[in-house]
Design a protein around this ligand. Structure first.
Ligand code: ZN
Length: 209
């Protein structure tokens, strides 16, 4: 469906600082209504498994390096992509992770959290404000407080993704649907770009009068 992104630094996937092998790192996950925590070792298992990576790659649409790479699979209530990295038992669906978090760690390695307190759980923020985006260039590590502050600053931009009248989940779903329709019709990328732009514009609030 889409080509692999440029050169994944797979060798950098190992946790960076001395990872305490016996005290598993935990990670707070943004993008789920209730944050879930997964051991870093589990992430590492998935992020080095070529089958899991191939399934992930098939579920997002890669465009130019500067554009958003929309998620085409399941969408959470917050508008983030949901990727089932593995089927794990239990009610928490621990094997299902936010797609942008998978994308970020596939590019940058497993997020460690040495020195972070529980109140400062690292979160992966979208600099593009499109929750369905999985372009690592649009993702950065921050704190929940920073993320909220940025959201407050940008939510009133009438042209930004946060103003979408369909809501974050509606926007992600609509854009994914437009791309899937283009792919099914075997359209060239420039036509699919037109579909994406039209779908983005369809969610803008009516501010002309
Ligand atoms: Zn983006």
């Amino acid at each position: 469906m889409t080509g692999p992104p440029d050169q994944l630094p797979l060798e950098s996937l190992a946790p960076r600082s001395p990872a305490p092998a016996r005290t598993p790192e935990q990670l707070s996950l943004l993008g789920h209504p209730t944050p879930i925590r997964l051991p870093a070792e589990l992430w590492l298992t998935w992020l080095t498994d070529q089958t899991v990576i191939a399934r992930f790659e098939a579920k997002h649409y890669i465009r130019s390096p500067t554009r958003c790479w929309p998620w085409l699979g399941a969408v959470s209530s917050t508008g983030h992509g949901s990727f089932r990295a593995a089927s794990l038992p239990g009610p928490s669906r621990r094997g299902t992770v936010p797609a942008h978090l998978f994308a970020y760690q596939l590019a940058h390695g497993v997020i460690n959290r040495p020195g972070w307190s529980a109140a400062e759980d690292p979160v992966v923020c979208h600099t593009c404000d499109f929750h369905g985006c999985t372009n690592p260039a649009h993702l950065r590590l921050g704190t929940a407080a920073e993320n909220r502050a940025e959201w407050r600053l940008r939510r009133h931009n009438p042209h930004g993704p946060l103003a979408d009248v369909r809501g974050a989940a509606g926007r992600t779903r609509a854009i994914a649907q437009a791309i899937r329709a283009g792919l099914q019709a075997d359209e060239p990328p420039d036509l699919i770009e037109k579909r994406i732009r039209a779908t983005e514009a369809a969610g803008l609030p009516l501010t002309l009068w």
